[in-house]
Design a protein around this ligand. Sequence first.
Ligand code: HEC
Length: 102
Amino acid sequence: MRRFVWIAILVAAALQAQQGGQATLPDGPGKAVFEKACTGCHGLENVVRVRMTKERWGTVVDDMVSRGASATDAEIDQIIAYLAANFGPPKPKQLAKESRKP
Ligand code: HEC
C-alpha cells in the first residue's frame, strides 16, 4: 500500500513536470491579444501567477507598455479586462488558504 502511494506521487510529479513552463490560460475575450502582446519578453506563466485588482493590472500593463509592449489602446483595455476577470484577487476563502503559505 505504501509503495502504491509513492508511485502515485511520482506519477503526479512527472505529469506536473511535463506541463511545466506552459501556462494554461482560461478562454475568454482578450486572451488572444494578451498572448500576442505579452509574450515578447517573458513567459505568461510569470504573469498569471499573480492576482491583482483591475486597477493594479492597469498599472502593470501601463508599466509593460512603457517597457516596450506594443498594443493599441483598445487592445490594452481588452488585456486589462481579461486579466482582471481571470486573474483578479482571490476570494476571501482562497486568500485565507494562500496567506498560510510561507
Ligand atoms: C518589452 C518587453 C515586455 C513586454 C512586451 C511585456 N513585459 Fe512584462 N515584464 C517585462 C520585464 C523586463 C519584466 C521584469 C520587471 C522587473 O523585474 O522589474 C516584466 C515583468 C512583468 C510582470 C511581473 C511584475 C513584477 O512587478 O514583478 C508582470 C505581471 C508582467 N510583466 C506583465 C506583463 C503583461 C500583462 C504584458 C502585456 C501587456 C507584458 N508584461 C509585456 C517586460 C515586458
